[in-house]
Design a protein. Sequence first.
Length: 157
Amino acid sequence: MSQAFSKMMTIRPATLEDIPVIAEFQIRLAAETESVHLDRALVSTGIHALFNDPSKGTYYVAESGAEVAGCFLITYEWSDWRNAMIWWLQSVYVAEPERKKGVFRKMHEYIIETISNDPAIAGLRLYVEKSNVRAQAVYRSLGMDGDHYTVFEWMRK
């Protein structure tokens, strides 16, 4: 089910037909934010894996008219403290020509409205590259803060 925020912008769950554009967006996201060059086949396979197993998460796309203007991924973390899910916002990308037009704001509004209407979801978290100050400023402007947790990781090389 899609939700229109304006006559021009719609947020909806992604479909299999959206995989090529989502893969392209993820390749651009990695290059722009972390100077990482991803393998298109591996990224596409990873996106297909998510569609084959919805417990991994759900991709959403923002459409401006008939064009996909952006995308994001929601993954899930169980919180025993809250007896509810916490959504993790990941893989956020807005196409270059659509930036500074409120696309991310519309995506964020969609997420917050969905969470607010579902008591089984406790809240939203995301992580952001430390050097991505532009994204951090956007998240702060929407009422999010990075003061509570620091994320540590270990990744197989």
